[in-house]
Ligand binder design. Structure first.
Ligand code: X2X
Length: 340
C-alpha cells in the first residue's frame, strides 16, 4: 500500500512537471494523415516518407496512414484545416492554398509574382516569415513541423498559347479554393471557376474548362497533354509550399521524445519532397520541361517584358490582398526576398 502511494505520488509529480511518459495505450491504433494527391506526386512521396520514418523510429508504436484525395473531408480540400483543428483529421501534409480560407496569412504564397524563383520561396519558408507563419498556425490550434512543396504553379490550357494578359480573354479557367485566385484570373480577363481537385479532373477531361494552373509535376503525372492541355506558360506567378502539421491535442499526447521523432522525420521527408518537386525544373536541369515539350506541347517562357505585363495587370490584386494577408508580413516577405 505504501509503495503504491509512493508510486502514485511520483507519477503525479512527474505528470505535473510534464514528465509523465505517455503509455503506449494512450496512443491511437492509427493516426490519419490527410493529403490531396498520393505518390507518385512529390506531395504523396513526402507524406509516405514521413509515415515510414516515424514507423521505423518508433518501432511501429506510432502508426500513421495516408488518406489521399482529402477523402476524410469528402474531397473538399478547403475544409482540411478545420477538420485537422477539430481532430477529425489527426495530421496533414497540406498546401498553403487549401488552408488559406481559415488562415488568411497563408495567402502570402498566392500573392501574384511575389516569389520569382526557388531562392525566393526558400527565403520565405526558411526565414523569419516561415517562423511567423508557424507561430500563426500554432495560434490556430495545430502544431506545424516542417515544409515540403507542391511547386510553382504554371498555367495551361487547351485553346491557345498565353504570352500576354489579353491571351487569357474569355478562357474558362479552373482555379483553387482561395478567392485570391478568382481575383487574379478576373484581373487578367479570364473566366475563373473555383473547383476542388476532385472536380477539376473530370472538368479537364470533358472540356468543361479550358485550362488550369498547377505545378508541372502534377501536369506530368496526370498526363495533362492527353487531356488537351497542350499550351503551357511558365510564368512562376505563385508557388504553394506544403506544411506537415498535427492536431494540437494529438501532438500533446505524444512524449517529448516521440514529438522529436515526428518533427525530425517531417523535416527529412520534407527535404525529400522538395527535392523531387524540383526535379527537372531547375536552372541546370530542365528535363521535365523538355519531356513535356517532347509530347508536342507548346511550352511558352516569358520575356521580362511579357512577364511585367502580367505583374502590372495583377498589381491591384496584390495591393488589395496585402491588407488581408497583413501589411507587416507582406513587407517582411518582400525584404526576405530582396535579400535572398
Ligand atoms: O487542387 C489543386 O490544384 C492542388 C492539387 O494543387 C492543390 O491541392 C492546391
Amino acid at each position: 500500500m505504501k509503495l503504491l502511494k509512493t508510486l502514485i505520488a511520483a507519477g503525479a509529480a512527474a505528470s505535473m512537471l510534464g514528465l509523465a511518459p505517455a503509455m503506449a495505450q494512450d496512443y491511437k491504433d492509427e493516426y490519419r494523415v490527410s493529403t490531396v494527391v498520393p505518390a507518385p506526386f512529390p506531395w504523396g512521396i513526402a507524406a509516405d516518407r514521413w509515415v515510414e520514418l516515424v514507423a521505423e523510429r518508433t518501432d511501429g508504436r506510432i502508426n500513421m496512414k495516408v488518406y489521399p484525395g482529402v477523402q476524410l473531408v469528402q474531397g473538399d480540400q478547403t475544409r482540411e484545416f478545420t477538420a485537422m483543428r477539430r481532430g477529425i483529421i489527426d495530421m496533414a501534409v497540406g498546401s498553403t492554398i487549401n488552408w488559406s480560407p481559415q488562415v488568411q496569412e497563408l495567402n502570402l504564397f498566392s500573392m501574384p509574382f511575389l516569389m520569382p524563383d526557388y531562392a525566393a520561396l526558400d527565403a520565405l519558408t526558411q526565414g523569419p516569415v516561415g517562423e511567423r507563419i508557424f507561430e500563426i498556425l500554432r495560434e490556430n490550434g495545430v502544431e506545424p513541423l516542417a515544409w515540403a512543396e507542391n511547386g510553382f504553379r504554371e498555367v495551361t490550357n487547351s485553346v491557345r498559347p498565353i504570352r500576354r494578359p489579353e491571351d487569357m480573354e474569355g478562357l474558362k479557367m479552373r482555379v483553387v479554393g482561395s478567392p485570391i485566385f478568382n481575383d487574379m484570373f478576373s484581373a487578367m480577363g479570364a473566366n475563373p471557376t473555383q473547383m476542388s481537385w476532385a472536380d477539376a479532373q473530370p472538368a479537364l477531361t470533358t472540356g468543361a474548362v479550358d485550362g488550369q494552373e498547377n505545378p508541372l509535376t502534377i501536369y506530368s503525372v496526370l498526363n495533362m497533354h492527353e487531356l488537351g492541355q497542350t499550351n503551357v506558360t511558365l510564368w512562376h506567378y505563385v508557388a504553394d509550399p506544403l506544411i506537415f502539421a498535427v492536431n494540437q491535442e494529438v501532438w500533446e499526447s505524444f512524449t517529448p521524445e516521440d514529438q522529436e521523432i515526428l518533427r525530425q522525420a517531417a523535416i527529412e521527408a520534407g527535404a525529400l519532397g522538395i527535392e523531387v518537386a524540383r526535379e527537372g525544373l531547375t536552372e541546370d536541369d530542365q528535363s521535365l520541361v523538355e519531356e513535356i515539350r517532347g509530347y508536342g506541347v507548346e511550352v511558352v517562357t516569358l520575356t521580362d517584358e511579357e512577364r511585367q505585363a502580367f505583374v502590372d495587370v495583377t498589381r491591384p490584386v496584390y495591393e488589395e490582398w496585402t491588407a488581408t494577408v497583413g501589411e507587416d508580413l507582406v513587407r517582411m516577405a518582400e525584404e526576405s526576398i530582396a535579400n535572398r
